[in-house]
Write a new protein. Structure first.
Length: 545
């Protein structure tokens, strides 16, 4: 059979069209241009102008993107979102209702324009014609493709120079009084000192002064039957140090070494007032200052130990909130006593069912719970589950360590800037003596279960609609009248008070005290800070009799 016969009945393939060479060349050029253009667009960013910029020693460009004012602090950032989807806008928001100026910084590669890390940033100092102040609350946002911003404060670490990340750095300044067209912003880097100076236009006109007139000192302010006299007001310059309390709260306090040298950091004024009080016409030392605040007419606030207000202002407003000490002699209308309350067995609760009506409030002492796991349904108006944990620390008891009890921690002042955790001397060994936790589960507005897991007994109290203008105190004493140390956890209107009775105690006495806060204000001329000296710093205001 011939070859021709074997192909009979089979379809012959069509020949491919002959594309002219010039068409192929044009197509290749267009495709190459698209690829190069895509790579250029995706691989480079334009460095934003911002308010001011500086070229650093390594060639990177530091940009002050914006200065936000008031109580709303947001910045829109263009974030890489992939080679095919381009970029997306992400709104960074650090608003918390407080009044400040927000600084927003980015650092850029000079060739690609991409943001790069600035994790060695230390701090900024703003300088007007009459005042210098250091920024606070420094933080960093990392914006990653497909993820929400990741915020961190303090020491920064993380991805470096990654094209899929954008970096934004932010901090706060108090509102500055305008005394010329611009103020200077000095930028500092760890280990290098000052690396840039920006000339920044004032974001708002703050040149006009408010009608605040400082009164003379001594100066007296009265709330009802409490009379408070400000006898003196002085100020000393100190470096500040950050300490961490056993509760986890952090606080800036004056450095314990007055002559310590911390390069490139400003010393802050530590304000020392002295008060004299009279209650119902008689000298008294029964009142304590539970809250104090300094304020200027620009809306800035500060505390006695961390005051960043300008001493060149016409006046400061000094506001105090005061309560009477728990060991004062209160009238019957202010207190409720429940005597001889038996301690429950492990895992059990006993109803108490006593109440105190005070100034439109009803304070209920609901029950007492034993140690261990206590599961019950307690009334609460909260929505959603809530959890809290309390710990009680103190010097180790004489038998501490017997049977492998817990670990010992050191809490004391440290040196330099940073957390004051350990010191070679002057420290006090503290141990965790006991802990407790409360877990409340809700379904809508209904409490489904409350689980208390505690090493010690607890008292449950309830007071609806209470405001910060009132103070509730619970004093727990043993059978000999000795007070027992307590820790509290607040869940909506429920207050859990945990206490550790001495060995052998079977009953406790309870004393509930309710009182209204007293508020007094003073308008004073800002004190001129004195240079550093070796005199001690008063950690609390001095109250003379």
């Amino acid at each position: 059979m011939s070859d021709q016969n074997t192909n009979d009945g089979l379809e012959q393939p069509e020949e491919a069209p002959n594309v002219p060479l010039w068409v192929q060349v044009v197509f290749a050029v267009i495709l190459s241009a698209l690829v190069i253009g895509w790579a250029f667009v995706w691989g480079t960013d334009q460095i934003p102008e911002g308010i001011a910029r500086a070229v650093l020693d390594d060639g990177t460009v530091l940009v002050l993107r914006q200065v936000t004012t008031g109580t709303t602090h947001q910045m829109t950032v263009e974030v890489p979102d992939g080679p095919w989807t381009g970029t997306r806008d992400e709104v960074l928001d650090v608003s918390d209702g407080s009044h400040f100026w927000g600084l927003w910084l980015t650092r850029h590669d000079p060739h690609t324009g991409h943001t790069v890390e600035f994790d060695e940033w230390s701090h900024c100092i703003a300088e007007t014609g009459e005042h210098q102040v250091e920024d606070t609350d420094r933080r960093r946002a990392i914006l990653e493709k497909g993820f929400k911003p990741m915020w961190s404060k303090g020491s920064f670490s993380g991805p470096r120079n990654d094209r899929d990340h954008a970096f934004v750095y932010q901090s706060r300044l108090p509102v500055l009084r305008k005394d010329k067209a611009h103020f200077r912003l000095h930028v500092f880097q760890k280990g290098k000192g000052e690396i840039a100076v920006f000339e920044v236009p004032f974001p708002v006109d703050t040149s006009a002064s408010a009608d605040w007139t400082a009164g003379p000192i001594p100066q007296t302010s009265i709330d009802a039957d409490l009379e408070v006299t400000l006898e003196s007001l002085t100020s000393k310059l100190r470096h500040l140090i950050k300490v961490r309390h056993p509760s986890g709260l952090q606080e800036l306090i004056p450095h314990p070494q007055p002559n310590v040298n911390i390069p490139d950091r400003l010393q802050q004024p530590v304000v020392e007032p002295e008060f004299r009080m009279r209650y119902r016409g008689h000298p008294t030392d029964e009142w304590i200052i539970v809250d104090s605040q300094l304020e200027d007419s620009l809306g800035n606030t500060g505390t006695f130990q961390d005051c960043r207000l300008s001493p060149t202002e016409e006046a400061w407003k000094l506001r105090l909130r005061l309560f009477r000490k728990d060991d004062a002699e209160f009238e019957a209308a202010n207190q409720l006593t429940v005597a001889n309350v038996p301690l429950p067995m492990t895992g059990q609760t006993h109803s108490i069912g006593e109440s105190l009506d005070f100034d439109g409030l009803t304070i209920q002492v609901l029950s007492i719970g034993g140690t261990g796991d206590v599961t019950a349904t307690f009334p609460s108006s909260g929505i959603g589950s809530s959890h809290s944990k309390v710990t009680h620390e103190g010097p180790p008891p004489s038998d501490w360590g017997a049977g492998g009890k817990g670990a010992v921690r050191m809490r004391a002042f440290g040196g330099g800037i940073g957390f004051a955790d350990i010191a070679p001397r002057g420290g006090e060994f503290m141990v965790e003596l006991w802990e407790a936790s409360v877990l409340t589960e809700h379904a809508g507005n209904q409490v489904t279960a409350t689980v208390v897991d505690s090493d010690v007994p607890f008292i449950l109290m309830q007071c609806e609609d209470i405001t910060p203008d009132y103070r509730l105190s619970l004093i727990v004493t043993d059978e000999t009248g000795e007070p027992i140390a307590i820790e509290t956890a607040q869940h909506n209107e429920l207050q859990y008070t945990f206490f550790s009775p001495p060995t052998g105690v079977q009953h406790v006495d309870l004393r509930v005290i309710a009182q209204r806060v007293r508020t007094v204000e003073f308008l004073v001329k800002p004190p001129v800070p004195t240079p550093v000296d070796n005199s001690p710093i008063r950690m609390t205001p001095n109250i003379a009799r």
